[in-house]
Design a protein around this ligand. Structure first.
Ligand SMILES: *[C@@H]1O[C@H](CO)[C@@H](O)[C@H](O)[C@H]1NC(C)=O
Ligand SMILES: *[C@@H]1O[C@H](CO)[C@@H](O)[C@H](O)[C@H]1NC(C)=O
Length: 342
């Protein structure tokens, strides 16, 4: 393919050189022509096969190679996500490992669970940005919000067809496409089953392989269970950072499966083990809220005034009633509250 693409212009160039007139013709026209054509050919094929240069001019499918995406991912999570040691560990390992694998056996499927404001949207955004510079606005990243894209229950058949068509069309165009499904808990039961075949171990379906795509599901389902486990841990005097994935993973998947409102309800995704990772987001504490405020101040180019940081964090409400440890909206309303002080 490469040789073919380079071929036509190279022969055109050789032809042109042979027509250059007496001065050029005097110095062995044929060998000069061939030498120049050879140089041009290697330059051209080099250009075409050199993805980074090519992708400098146009957005490419898989913009950053695996290792580089992994480094960006880790660095950005460290900088912008707080209080989620489990999330960081699992996400970096899962995404980097997947991108570095040239022949994955199935697409990567991540299911993010936790209260609003704990960082689920932020993490999916950072994953998208680590692979594509354009992040959520890249043409290879697709973001679906249940209440926005699939609002009417009576249209579910239509949505199912549409969703299949979109996923198929986009993966045909770019195998490394990223699909984010927000508000899974508000998704009508059954809709997500329509993309189930794409998440499975098939080599290809109708000539399209989905094995290199990434699917991310966001949901509040399981949040109560996560909080319960975190609170028990806290009450028994243990460090939050010592909480392990095993303490949470099975109880989260069970509670998601049994929750009628989870969007995964009766979904064969869980049944058939098509979800690779259940990722629990812990409820955020006072000190994490403060970290969110600081980072937001910095990103807006403001001086980090600790008085404002404390004021904003104090304005949030915390639960449970007696201990008041966790922010009930995580960091979500921090940004609008901050507007008031600036
Ligand atoms: C989808 O819903 C809209 C509004 O409820 C309706 O007008 C339309 O006919 C529905 N389409 C199908 C295919 O059911
Ligand atoms: C890709 O997905 C988007 C929705 O994010 C959809 O509008 C578009 O038609 C899809 N492209 C193809 C080729 O199916």
């Amino acid at each position: 393919m490469k040789a073919l693409r380079g071929g036509a212009p190279v022969w055109g160039l050789a032809f042109l050189l042979c027509q250059l007139g007496p001065a050029a013709q005097a110095v062995e026209p044929i060998s000069l022509g061939l030498a120049l054509a050879g140089a041009a050919a290697s330059a051209l094929t080099g250009f075409i096969s050199y993805p980074r240069l090519y992708c400098y001019f146009t957005e490419c499918c898989l913009q950053r190679p695996g290792a580089r995406a992994g480094a960006v991912l880790e660095q950005e999570l460290d900088k912008r996500l707080f209080g989620q040691h489990l999330v960081k560990k699992v996400v970096v390992k899962a995404v980097t490992g997947f991108l570095n694998n040239a022949n994955p056996k199935k697409p990567l499927t991540l299911s993010l669970h936790g209260w609003t404001g704990t960082g689920k949207n932020l993490v999916s955004k950072i994953i998208a940005e680590s692979i594509y510079e354009g992040g959520l606005s890249s043409k290879y990243v697709h973001h679906f919000v249940s209440t926005l894209h699939f609002p009417h229950r009576q249209n579910i058949t239509q949505y199912k067809d549409q969703l299949q068509m979109w996923v198929r069309g986009n993966v045909s165009a770019c195998a490394r496409s990223v699909f984010i499904f927000d508000e899974m808990d508000k998704m009508h039961a059954g809709l997500i089953d329509s993309i189930k075949p794409f998440l499975d171990y098939y080599e290809q379906l109708d000539g399209v392989s989905y094995r290199k795509a990434i699917f991310i599901f966001l949901s509040n389902a399981g949040a109560e269970k996560i909080t319960e486990v975190a609170l028990d841990f806290w009450r028994s005097g243990k460090r939050r950072e010592d909480l392990e994935l095993q303490d949470l993973e099975s109880s989260v998947s069970v509670s998601v499966f049994n929750n009628k409102n989870s969007g995964f309800w009766h979904s064969s995704l869980i049944d058939r083990n098509l979800i690779d990772y259940f990722i629990p987001f812990l409820p955020l504490e006072y000190k994490h809220v403060k970290m969110c405020v600081r980072v937001e101040l910095e990103s807006r180019g403001n001086y980090v005034d600790e008085e404002i940081v404390t004021q904003v964090a104090d304005e949030m409400t915390y639960f449970p009633k007696e201990e008041r440890i966790y922010s009930d909206k995580g960091c979500k309303t921090v940004y609008t509250k901050l507007d008031f002080y600036l």
